[in-house]
Every structure is written in C-alpha cells, then in structure tokens.
Ligand binder design. Structure first.
Ligand SMILES: O=C(O)c1cc(C(=O)O)c2c(n1)C(=O)C(=O)c1cc(C(=O)O)[nH]c1-2
Ligand SMILES: [Ca+2]
Length: 544
C-alpha cells in the first residue's frame, strides 16, 4: 500500500551513502553510485526474478537515460521528451505522471537525442530540468506543480538534459549546448520559490580571471556546457562540476587554453564562486567534454593518503585529483590515447600537434569524439577500492571546415568518422580499475559499445546493462559474470538503481536504446541498428 511520502531532509541527503533508498542521482553526494544493500549477494544473485515492469508509450522511441530515484516506496523516472512518472516501487502501480508536451522548438538545439537523466528530490518536492529551458518543482506525493521557471529560450542553443542536484535549499542545474556555441552555465535555484540564487558562466568574460584564454569577443558563443550532474561535499559546501567542450570544435579558430572548457570546477555552493579548476584537456579540438562524474574517494597512491576526486575522462585518461587543491595526483590511460599524450608537472594536458585538424585537412586520432567513456555513470565500491567503468574503444577521423557562429545552428567546423580502436576486442569494455593505482584489474569486453551506467553494492556486485538488452551482475573484485537477465525489450543506456522497501532489496533498470551513439556513431551505430526501440522499466528481486 502506498503510504505518506517521507520528506527528503538535508540530513537524509547528507547520509545518503548509508541509505538503502536512492535519493539522489548518484545515490550519494560523493558520486559513488554504491548502495549499502547486501541482501542480494554474489551467491544468490543468480536467483533474481523480474517482479514488475512498466512499458512506456510506444511513440517514445528515443534514449531512456534516467536513473530510477527511490524514496520509501515511491519511485520516480523520467523518459525522453521530459515526461515524469511516479510508481509504487514494490508493485509498479503508477501513482502519477506528467507530460510537459514540449513544443517542437525545444528539440531544435539538442545535440544527442531528446533525453532526460532523472529527477532530484528535496523535502516534499521533486525537481525536473527540461530540454525547453524550464525547471519545474512538483509535489512528489501527487504530482501537483509547485512552480516552473524558464532559464533560457528554447531553440537558441541551450538545453537541459541532466538530473538536477538538491542541497541546502538549492536546486543546481547546468546547461547543454556545446555543439551550438551556447556559453555554458551552472545555476542554483531556490528550492522553495524557483528564484535564481546565483548563475555562473563557465567561460569568463574578458574582464574576469582567465578571460584572456580566449580570442577577443568569443566568450559570448564559446560552448563549454555543464550538462551532467556534479558531485558535492556537504562538509565544506563545495560542488565538483564538470565543464564540456569549447565552441566551435575546430580549435584553430580559438587560440588559447579556452578556460574553463573541459575542466572540473570546485564551486562554492552558496555563491557560485570558483575555488579551483583543473583542465583535463586544454585547447580541445575533439569534443572531449570534461563533464564525466568526479567521484569523491579516499585513495592511497604510492604510500600516500589523499581525499581525491576520481574521474574517467572522454580524452581516455583515468584521473585522480586532490579534492582540496585540484592538483593532479595521477593520470593513466584506460583506452588508446593519441590526442592527449600525458600531463606535465603543472597538470596541463600535453596535446599531440598531429591530432589537430585544420580546414580542409583530415587527421586520425584516439579516442574519437564520444570519448573513452561518455556520460555513463561509473560506480565506486570503497570496500574493494575498485571503480567499475563502462569504456569505449574507438578512434576516428576529424576533418576541419569553415564555420561561423549563427545562433541556434551547429557550431563545429569539423566533420568526423568512427572506427574500432586498432587491436581491440570490440567497442565496449566494462573495466574494473583500482583507484589506488589507477590501473585496470579486470575487463569484460563486448563487440557492441557498452553504454550502460554502473551501480555497485556493499555485497560486492556491480550491476550494469548491455546494448543487447541484458542486465548483468559482475563480481566487483574480479569481473566474473554472476548473473545475466533474460533479454529485455531494448538495449540499455541507463544506470540501474538498487533500493530496499520493507526489508526487501530490488534492482531497477530502464531499457530503451538511444542517446548519442545511434545518431552520431556511423559504423558503430550501424552495428546496433537491430536493437529494438522503446522504453520499459524493469524491477528485479529475489523470490523470497
Ligand atoms: O556539448 C554539449 O552540450 C553536449 C550535451 C550532451 C547532452 O546534453 O546530452 C551530449 C554531448 N555534448 C556530447 O558531446 C555527447 O557525446 C553526448 C552523448 C549523450 C548521450 O546522451 O548519449 N549526450 C551528449
Ligand atoms: Ca559535446
């Protein structure tokens, strides 16, 4: 029976890493995507059975990318085109749903499918950011709208694709639009009223610090979006938020380091001030968005303890940074890397001059633009100090072309193609990486790309789904396949969530192939053309 909605207090969010709910995008503020649940363990996981499923309207044929968010026995998911659904997490009974019926213009400047990655919860409310530029607050219990705010006009270059982050009375969002030259921003809205508390552009204006890392006048159409949810340290109220690719893609048109493109920002959550930055890729010409999650982790590297941030970058490096200073601890390639050759003592990327395309010229480099890993959440199990990373082994060509900025139109100046990384056993590899060394300890290969996010549990399991449509349970420590679900109705590009209600543990996953790969993947997309489309939510549990 559906009960009263339990308020998501700040205390519950601060303690979310210890919770068997799934209250926030990465389960916890630290970004671990690691549940303390242990009822499903490596021995009994083979007995998992589907307990309920929900098929979404058949006209939603795009990518289902949301992580199911669970509070008590309420589960919330979003679908392509920003529909919101609330279910009873134990029975699948639909409690309420909302279709914003976005106008066509809302889909105009969306680079990589009309996706939504999920909701944020705070107190009695639920928050969604939409492709149209709206951020909306709902009563989580019944779906009544509290407020709606428009942060930008649809169709001019911006979109929201991310799940918002809730902390200390604020709702944090970041913009997409790197492929349209839309100058990126991160904003804090008052959770109660929706009023903007602060808004910070990711590219400084000429009079601000680092404004001189761009040619004069370019900052107004500089890309550098912030399209994935950041992580957070509640103790010193610092956000760790990634910034995407600079615009246009063709670096030749914008001499300089182009800060803060492809960087991690440590941000004062109260006022938006930048405490430090680390630029993963300077002067990017390959769409190596630096938005991928930076997980807070205690590591021991070469005999020294660090409060670190660990991150698998699009540029192919697995990176550990010092949380306090943003200084580089290590950077180790996890796929073949020929654009960025390494990092110097100052922590600057050393870029291969031969990997820069010029107008009318073609270069080959690795990884290609979707990166060694795209936005797909990795999961970190502190007990084994292993992080499980969905990686992509692909290289490609880039050809430079002339481009000028036009509001609302693509701003690339490059054409591109994709081919398999020479010598690799497929496009996809789920990797177990020991954060104390930065080195791979196991790999599970697949011919097709692996675009599913990962969730680990305290019992030593890593759950993640394949494009073939199977949810897998790997042993976190060894990569051994412990269980594989029957083939689901579509391929998986979302992250599972794990939760308990009334002492029973469940695993939830959205199947519904889509996202960037089928749109931009060329031959890599062609090999996935038989993956059926359409979204279904599946929930598994032990039959006891
Ligand atoms: O620069 C940007 O603003 C931006 C936004 C997004 C997005 O919002 O989904 C993607 C990308 N870039 C991108 O480069 C990319 O590879 C990508 C993949 C996906 C996806 O959902 O599968 N989104 C995006
Ligand atoms: Ca991009």
């Amino acid at each position: 029976a559906t009960t009263e909605y339990p308020a998501v207090t700040q205390q519950r969010l601060d303690d979310a890493h210890k919770s068997t709910d799934w209250l926030t995008y990465y389960h916890s503020y630290g970004g671990e995507s690691n549940s303390p649940a242990t009822q499903i363990d490596p021995r009994n996981v083979k007995n998992l059975k589907m307990v309920w499923s929900h098929k979404f309207p058949a006209d939603l044929t795009q990518g289902f990318e949301a992580t199911p968010i669970v509070n008590g026995n309420f589960m919330f998911v979003t679908t392509p085109k920003d529909h919101v659904y609330a279910f009873d997490a134990t029975t699948g009974k639909k409690l309420w749903s909302y279709d914003p019926q976005l106008p066509q213009i809302a889909y105009k400047t969306v680079c990589c499918d009309v996706v939504n990655r999920g909701v944020a919860l705070y107190k009695d409310s639920l928050y969604v950011a939409m492709l149209s530029g709206e951020v909306a607050s709902f009563n989580a219990q019944d779906g009544q709208i509290n407020w709606k705010k428009q942060l930008f006009d649809p169709g001019i270059g911006y979109a929201f694709s991310l799940a918002p982050l809730a902390a200390n009375g604020n709702i944090y969002v970041g913009s997409a639009g790197g492929e349209y030259g839309a100058r990126g921003f991160i904003a804090a809205l008052d959770a109660h009223t929706g009023d903007t508390v602060w808004k910070k552009y990711t590219v400084p204006s000429p009079d601000e610090k680092y404004g001189d890392t761009w040619p004069k006048g370019m900052y107004t159409h500089s890309g550098s979006p912030a399209w994935l949810t950041g992580t957070y340290d509640p103790e010193n109220q610092t956000l760790y938020w990634g910034v995407g690719n600079p615009g246009p893609w063709l670096a030749e048109l914008r001499p300089g380091k182009n800060l803060y493109s492809d960087s991690l920002l440590a941000i004062n959550a109260g006022n938006g001030d930048i405490k430090w930055h680390f630029q993963y890729t300077q002067h990017d010409s390959w769409d190596y968005d630096g938005v991928n999650t930076a997980i807070r982790a205690k590591i021991n590297y070469q005999g020294k303890e660090y409060d670190a941030l660990i991150h698998a970058d699009r540029n192919g490096y697995f990176i550990a940074l010092d949380q306090k200073t943003g200084k580089l601890i290590y950077a180790k390639p996890f796929v073949k890397t020929t654009s960025v050759l390494g990092y110097n003592k100052e922590g600057e990327s050393i870029n291969n001059p031969k990997s820069y395309p010029k107008v009318g010229e073609t270069i080959h480099t690795c990884p290609q633009f979707l990166g060694g890993k795209n936005w797909w959440s990795m999961a970190y199990d502190p007990k084994t100090h292993i992080v499980v990373v969905p990686s992509l082994h692909a290289c490609g060509t880039y050809t430079g072309s002339k481009v000028s900025y036009m509001q609302g139109l693509p701003y690339l100046g490059e054409g591109f193609s994709i081919y398999p990384e020479p010598g690799s056993k497929g496009y996809g590899e789920v990797q177990g990486i020991d954060v104390n060394t930065g080195k791979k300890v196991w790999g599970h290969w697949s011919k097709m790309p692996w675009n599913g996010g990962v969730t680990t549990t305290a019992s030593g399991i890593a759950f993640t789904g394949s494009l073939e449509g199977h949810l897998y349970a790997f042993e976190t420590k060894t990569g051994k396949v412990l269980w594989k679900s029957p083939k689901l109705a579509s391929g998986i590009v979302a992250q599972p969530s794990v939760y308990e209600v009334d002492g029973k543990e469940y695993v939830a996953i959205l199947a519904g192939y889509g996202g960037a790969n089928p749109i931009w993947g060329g031959p890599m997309a062609t090999m996935t053309k038989n993956v059926p489309r359409g979204g279904t939510l599946y929930v598994f549990s032990l039959n006891n």
